[in-house]
Design a protein around this ligand. Structure first.
Ligand SMILES: Nc1ncnc2c1ncn2[C@@H]1O[C@H](COP(=O)(O)OP(=O)(O)OP(=O)(O)O)[C@@H](O)[C@H]1O
Length: 335
């Protein structure tokens, strides 16, 4: 595993890159026979422009077979545009993509790669089972129907038509459509956005079983807890570039420092923000969150100035803080 930090010159293209590829697990018995040498996804110099909008500004990315990668970024960062190109649904303006060494269109046609997209639809006049049966007939090595229904947690709605499904049920049915071809690479664009808490949990349990078989998953999400819990690597996009790339721990570490939380009566965020050791402060209903470069110094200063402060907690900065800090850099660049 190698770690490297790189800061490029131009502000719009500035990139903090931690390259840290978790070694893929050795192949267990029964794992799909992916070609060992080819990356599951190789992206080189990828660009996409829509008129004046540069949605993707020249990104390079390798994803190894067996990796589970979360694609994060604020709205408009270029995640969906990248995913569409990876799946061969839209053409790059420049650059190249291969999936297991093949053109994306061919890899998808051969059933090597499959996707759950934000706006995919089902066939309204068919039941979920019938739709799955139809898709299954197009594939060489489909997953058995019972296994798909179980993995996608849709056994109870298999005989319902597409029109009779709720948003979360449709999302699970679309997941089943992606699974039925038995793909080695699954790409998910905000896969749980319409799901309730229970369905989200079941979805990720099922996904864990899927990746335990050595397959590759790339998912775009706005739920940082999903990335934190599930991904072994995070790629953070910002303004069409890759702002950070590494394990969750490495991305977290990009925002050095700690978070000090406390109940602080009679304070203002401005005063708290000027305490020694504190780099930023928020205050809501007496609950303070202090971003600290030196939490020991900050704690001493806090208790000296506010002896009534209580319920104090100090923790390492989380992925959310890293995300906010790395995307705040974008706002600063834009200003
Ligand atoms: N078909 C299109 N025509 C013109 N501009 C587009 C098109 N699709 C995307 N864009 C623009 O490209 C940029 C990247 O959009 P994209 O949908 O890839 O972002 P995203 O990271 O997926 O955002 P979100 O999290 O909101 O889904 C945005 O500025 C968007 O407005």
């Amino acid at each position: 595993m190698k770690t490297k930090e790189k800061t490029e010159a131009g502000p719009a293209e500035r990139t903090t890159t931690v390259t840290a590829r978790p070694e893929p697990e050795p192949k267990a018995e029964g794992k799909p026979a992916a070609p060992a040498v080819e990356p599951a996804i190789r992206i080189t110099g990828l660009r996409k422009t829509y008129g004046d909008v540069q949605a993707v500004k020249g990104i390079d990315l390798d994803i190894a077979p067996g990796e589970v990668v979360a694609l994060l970024g604020p709205n408009g960062a270029g995640k969906s545009t990248t995913v569409d190109m990876v799946l061969g649904l839209s053409k790059p303006t420049a650059g190249g993509i291969t999936l297991f060494g093949k053109d994306p269109y061919i890899a998808v046609r051969e059933g090597l790669a499959s996707a759950v997209l934000q706006d995919g639809s089902l066939i309204d006049d068919l039941s979920v089972r019938e739709t799955l049966g139809m898709i299954s007939s197009l594939h060489k090595n489909p997953m058995p129907m019972d296994e798909v229904l179980r993995r996608a947690n849709i056994e109870d709605i298999a005989d319902r038509r597409g029109t009779k499904l709720s948003g979360g049920q449709r999302q699970r049915a679309r997941f089943a459509c992606a699974l039925i071809g038995n793909p080695q690479l699954l790409i998910l664009d905000e896969p749980t956005s319409a799901m309730d808490v229970g369905s989200r949990r079941k979805f990720w349990e099922s996904m864990r079983k899927f990746t335990d078989t050595g397959r590759t998953v790339v998912f775009a999400t706005h739920y940082l807890d999903e990335a934190e819990e599930f991904a072994d690597r995070v790629v953070l996009m910002r303004s069409g570039t890759i702002a950070a790339d590494g394990t969750v721990a490495q991305i977290r570490a990009l925002t050095a420092g700690r978070m000090l939380r406390a109940s602080v009566p009679d304070a203002t965020a401005k005063e708290l923000g000027t305490l020694p050791g504190v780099t930023g402060a928020t205050l809501r209903l007496g609950q303070a969150e202090l971003h600290c470069e030196d939490s020991d110094k900050a704690l001493r200063a806090l208790l000296t100035k506010y002896p009534d402060a209580h319920d104090i907690e100090i923790s390492a900065s989380g992925l959310e803080e890293a995300f906010l800090s790395l995307t705040a850099a974008e706002e600063a660049d834009a200003a």
